[in-house]
Design a binder for this molecule. Structure first.
Ligand code: MN
Length: 254
């Protein structure tokens, strides 16, 4: 009898948008490609009722919070900046509940771009709403023309989880954001910055939850010669697999 190789289920968040006159649930395919390449089964989940978060996390092994529209600034007590994109309140509400439930459930969580910002807000942090006007002199971090290009460096603090995942203290990344983490949420710490000081990485400070957030889009860099972005997905999936295995060992009758 052949034993099927274990492949963890990783839920990834999606957005809702009108395309061709119809409302669609959608997510960029590079995310699902990156999870598949790293050995996981991606499960794209639409915005649901906040009360559904626990039921979902009971059935999946890991969580990927994807990029997308700006988080509504009112969720962190600010008036939206004129440059803010139209908010998606259903998505914001769902994902805040989801990441808080992931913390309670200890579901390993990777958050990219908006996903990192959303997680920061969910734990009480704030965002820089518009880098260009609020942090003049910074790099242009909005490089939609170069999704797959490494346009600035990131310095990762040594001794952090993120540094352990990526190994080099300095790497180069793409940059597709006009907002950034400002004050970190409770339990989170800033672990990486661009050389202009803009936050590019956060993580859960305690060892009891595997949670890493990056401001760049590693899924768009999977095909590049540098190894960091594939390493990030590989090690996320390895952490998900390890966490799922230890959970089944604890399950009665397993
Ligand atoms: Mn950037």
């Amino acid at each position: 009898m052949t034993r099927r190789e274990f492949r963890p289920l990783i839920a990834l968040t999606t957005t809702t948008a009108e395309v061709g006159g119809r409302m669609r649930v959608r997510v960029n395919k590079p995310y699902t490609d990156a999870l598949r390449r790293a050995g996981a089964i991606p499960v794209a989940v639409p915005p649901l009722d906040p009360g559904d978060a626990r039921s979902l996390l009971d059935r999946v092994d890991g969580l990927l919070l994807t990029g997308g529209e700006d988080v509504d600034a009112r969720r962190y007590g600010q008036a939206p900046h004129p440059s803010a994109e139209a908010p998606n309140p259903e998505r914001d509400r769902w994902e805040e509940a989801l990441v808080r439930a992931a913390r309670e459930h200890r579901t390993p969580t990777l958050a990219t771009c908006r996903g990192m910002q959303l997680a920061n807000v969910a734990f009480g942090g704030t965002l820089v709403q518009d880098i260009a006007s609020e942090r003049p002199g910074s790099h242009t971090h909005t490089r939609e023309d170069a999704r797959g290009a490494r346009v600035h460096t990131v310095r990762v603090e040594t001794g952090t989880r993120l540094a352990g995942l990526l190994e080099p203290p300095s790497l180069t990344v793409n940059s597709l954001h006009h907002q950034a983490v400002d004050r970190p949420g409770a339990g989170l710490r800033i672990v990486a910055r661009a050389d202009d000081g803009i936050v590019e990485g956060i993580e859960w400070a305690d060892d009891d939850w595997w949670m890493v957030g990056v401001q760049w889009h590693p899924e768009e860099l999977e095909g590049s010669p540098e190894p960091w972005d594939r390493m990030l997905f590989d090690r996320f999936v390895a952490a998900v697999t390890a966490s799922s295995a230890s959970e089944s060992r604890r399950a009665p009758g397993a």
